[in-house]
Design a protein around this ligand. Structure first.
Ligand SMILES: Nc1nc2c(c(=O)[nH]1)N[C@H]1C(S)=C(S)[C@@H](COP(=O)(O)OP(=O)(O)OC[C@H]3O[C@@H](n4cnc5c(=O)[nH]c(N)nc54)[C@H](O)[C@@H]3O)O[C@H]1N2
Ligand SMILES: Nc1nc2c(c(=O)[nH]1)N[C@H]1C(S)=C(S)[C@@H](COP(=O)(O)OP(=O)(O)OC[C@H]3O[C@@H](n4cnc5c(=O)[nH]c(N)nc54)[C@H](O)[C@@H]3O)O[C@H]1N2
Ligand code: SF4
Ligand SMILES: [Mo]
Length: 738
């Protein structure tokens, strides 16, 4: 049981160690070499390299897995993959710690009640699949397909999506939308008619001046972007970082501006104000390619640098200087869209402000400005038409506007609909619900307690698995095929292959097989019938290659994107007006401000500090928290709370001591956190990295290391346009250890 939680119905169960890898390893050969094929080697000392892609975050860089004697001993960056260029971020090299994690889930598990005692029992795959299918079928028959939802994150989900589409289920949600990059995606769509991109469409290497609002590369380790920034700086790129905290990136910047948290829109309005009043914007571009300029001008007219200085704590001189320098370097200057953009519930408007600052200086498709990458054009090869599937957006938010079936509702709405008893079953693929559905742990657990049936597909005994009715152990990304990574635009368009370097260990299975077994049991015909190799080969043959060919390098490369605008080129945008919308017609129609407006956010109560969060180079929350290979360094083992020197004095805190944090609603962190006393953060905020403070003992490495950020969220602000959830209006104070 979790302290302080009354979970009568769905008690948090301790999975017996007998069902985890540590003991299974005794009886199961570790990392058997793949059988078949000319390169299968078993125990004869020969080596091979398998090219695939990483799953330690969502950038999906190309990897080279080095295998010797049937074991992966090293992972390096693929030379062939355009997102790696032969290099990886520290997390990418750490896959060895994931596949050989002794705490891995080794067998399917079913929750059972015997003589009043609830526990997990080891099940065969047949039993676990039959039970899951029976439950899902029953729930669909009784309540309809809308009573089933899939929460997903990570690249193996696509097969489960197909399985559900054939089953008529169309409620799919990913926390990486409403708790992460939804606002910038929709903000860019509303402004430019296309998203901001992953990798983001900024020509970093050729840029002379880039503004970053919070985006903290160097801690956020997106491999290619970090490489591009380093290369850009080598070529003379200057950067400005607006961040309440002196981030790693601030250390590389020409200017660090410790902005008051929550005031970015005011800052960006002031920058626009200077560009417009001093006539520094690109008049010709704005006249030819944008709509809504007058409305924008009227809105930002009031935000003089002097007024913004009062709001943001950045001097009017600095604001003017940044705006002028930005205009001077334009069009080889840009504002980076960042990634996690749901901060205060006004993320769509904040992201739109960034998009507008780019548009004003006419940097679209210009060297060093905003660029639009192209996708590899993979011919369609789908044979199945999903007769049961009705494409539908379930979200109640008017501008949720995602047309992709895999994102039809915000993940927090799945929680709400579960609490309202509209949703009765969840399939959770790679989402650690108690720690990532950021409505606070309490609400996530209430929903977990309410849902009738929960099946978790995971690799590790993460918190979410302790509440599941069925746990299906997926093998790691190093032991399986997934669908092709072919949908993403980049400088060099590519299709990448995920392929197994070794066979699945223990009794774990790839997602593609699990979904196939479920589809069979559910009697779904014509979907997931071929084996995965046939499926991939068929897709790749359509593209003029083959699985055998692509297995060699792990990628198919397309013709480099023609990045830059030709003189006189006609630009078209998929917005209602066909132009860049400085004033958004869709926002106006839906009853929102057409141009971004600054809204004041609440101030910390006396003695409390705004709780900010971010990333660490060696950790991607649940994906790597238990990874011994990555977290060996003492600095990576736990998170710290950054406290300004003056604040530390006021609360008599010393560097290195452990405290508990208490938020404005009285929630106290279950575990203590180490204090980092530093000048590198403003006095009104503290900072802690998300992804620590795991409470499941079976995560032997991660258990009790640092404090959970999620646990301290008691207040959220919904972005009413798109349903993203801001959680930076939470404030904490310190409780010293007795
Ligand atoms: N190593 C590593 N890399 C990762 C991840 C990881 O876990 N580990 N996770 C990946 C994921 S999922 C994401 S979404 C991205 C997130 O990475 P980013 O999008 O770069 O960062 P955020 O988490 O949004 O922002 C954190 C920074 O914003 C600053 N900040 C906080 N409030 C404000 C404010 O009001 N104004 C301004 N200007 N700055 C503010 C914080 O001090 C901090 O430096 O990172 C990705 N990359
Ligand atoms: N409090 C708080 N909440 C946040 C954030 C925050 O900063 N603070 N950040 C938000 C952001 S930006 C994001 S993107 C989301 C991320 O949210 P999640 O994606 O839920 O994050 P993780 O904790 O990485 O959970 C990943 C889960 O996937 C499992 N997993 C890893 N590899 C595999 C695999 O190969 N197969 C399967 N089936 N499972 C696998 C892990 O064991 C873990 O249970 O969280 C959001 N929530
Ligand atoms: S940025 Fe790092 S963790 Fe993310 S995919 Fe690339 S190598 Fe893996
Ligand atoms: Mo994210």
């Amino acid at each position: 049981m979790i302290q302080g939680q009354d979970l009568n119905r769905r008690d948090f169960l301790r999975i017996s160690s007998l069902f985890l890898a540590g003991s299974a390893a005794m009886s199961t050969p570790i990392g058997r070499t793949l059988s078949g094929g000319g390169d299968a080697l078993a125990g004869n000392g020969e080596e091979r390299i398998v090219h695939s892609f990483c799953e330690h975050c969502f950038w999906r860089c190309g990897i080279a897995a080095h295998v010797r004697d049937g074991r992966i001993y090293k992972i390096t960056g693929s030379k062939h993959h355009p997102l790696s260029n032969g290099r990886l971020c520290p997390r990418g090299t750490g896959g060895v710690g994931q596949i050989y994690d002794p705490d891995r889930l080794a067998h399917p598990l079913i929750r059972q009640k015997k003589g009043g005692r609830v526990s997990y029992r080891k099940a065969t795959w047949d039993e676990a699949i039959a039970y899951t299918a029976e439950k899902l079928y029953g729930i669909r028959e009784t309540y309809g397909p809308e009573a089933i939802a899939m929460l997903h994150h990570g690249y193996g989900y696509t097969f489960f999506k197909k399985m559900f589409m054939a089953f008529g289920v169309n409620k799919f949600a990913k926390p990486s939308f409403d708790f992460c990059c939804g606002p910038r995606h929709q903000g860019y769509l509303l402004t430019y008619g296309h998203g901001a991109g992953t990798p983001e469409g900024v020509d970093i290497v050729n840029s002379k001046y880039i503004l970053f609002f919070g985006t903290h590369y160097g801690e956020n380790m997106h491999n290619t972007a970090v490489q591009e920034i380093a290369e850009g700086i080598r070529r003379g790129l200057k950067i400005v970082v607006f961040d309440p905290r002196f981030s790693t990136l601030a250390g590389k910047a020409e200017k660090w501006l410790p902005i008051k948290p929550g005031t970015d829109i005011a800052m960006m309005q002031a920058l626009m104000n200077v560009l417009i009043t001093e006539d520094l914007y690109d008049r010709e571009f704005v006249a030819g390619h944008t709509v809504g300029f007058d409305e924008l001008r009227d809105e930002v007219e009031k935000m003089t640098p002097e007024r913004a200085a009062e709001i943001t704590d950045i001097s009017a001189d600095d604001i003017r200087e940044v705006a002028r320098t930005y205009a001077r370097y334009a069009p080889a200057a840009a504002v980076h869209p960042g990634r996690r953009t749901q901060w205060y519930g006004d993320g769509t408007q904040r992201s739109r402000s960034m998009a507008i600052l780019n548009a004003l200086v006419g940097n679209y498709k210009m060297p060093g400005g905003v660029v639009k990458y192209e996708k590899y054009k993979l011919p369609k090869s789908e044979t199945h038409h999903y007769p049961e599937f009705e494409k539908k957006v379930w979200s109640k938010y008017p501008l949720f506007v995602d047309t992709k079936p895999e994102n039809s509702i915000a993940s927090h709405e799945v929680i709400e609909q579960t609490l309202d008893e509209k949703i009765k079953a969840w399939l959770v693929y790679g989402v650690n619900v108690p720690e990532t559905i950021t409505l606070g742990r309490k609400i996530a657990l209430e929903a977990i307690n309410k849902v009738d049936f929960l099946v978790a597909v995971d690799t590790l005994p993460m918190e979410v698995t302790g509440y599941a009715d069925v746990v299906l152990p997926e093998c790691t990304y190093l032991e399986r095929y997934d669908d092709l990574d072919g949908g993403r635009p980049y400088r060099t368009p590519f299709v990448a292959l995920r392929q197994p370097a070794v066979e699945p260990m223990f009794d774990s299975k790839p997602g593609n097989q699990i979904a196939k077994m479920l589809a069979e049991k559910l009697g779904l015909h014509g979907v997931l019938e071929e084996d995965v190799e046939t499926y991939l080969d068929r897709k790749l043959k359509k593209a003029g290659s083959s699985l055998a060919e692509v297995k060699k390098t792990g990628v198919l490369l397309g013709k480099p994107t023609d990045l830059y605008r030709k003189p006189g080129e006609k630009l078209t945008f998929k917005t209602p007006s066909g132009k860049i919308e400085l004033a958004s017609s869709k926002l106006r129609e839906a009853g929102f401000d057409a141009v971004p407006r600054y809204i004041r956010h609440p101030e910390p109560p006396q003695g409390f500090y705004r709780m900010l969060t971010g990333r660490k180079p060696m950790l991607t929350f649940g994906r790597t928290a238990n990874n011994r290979f990555l977290n060996e360094l003492p600095t990576a083992r736990e998170n710290e709370v950054w406290v300004n020197t003056h604040v530390a004095e006021k609360h008599r805190l010393s560097h290195g001591e452990y405290v508990h944090l208490k938020n404005q609603a009285g929630v106290v962190s279950e575990y203590p956190i180490k204090v980092k006393v530093t000048e590198r953060i403003r006095q009104d905020a503290v900072y802690m990295v998300h992804g620590y403070g795991h409470y499941f003992k079976k995560l032997k490495w991660a258990y009790r290391k640092g404090a959970s950020h999620n646990e301290l969220i008691s207040h959220t602000e919904i972005d009413k346009a798109i349903g993203a959830v801001g959680f930076q209006n939470n404030f904490v104070t310190f409780i010293k250890e007795a």
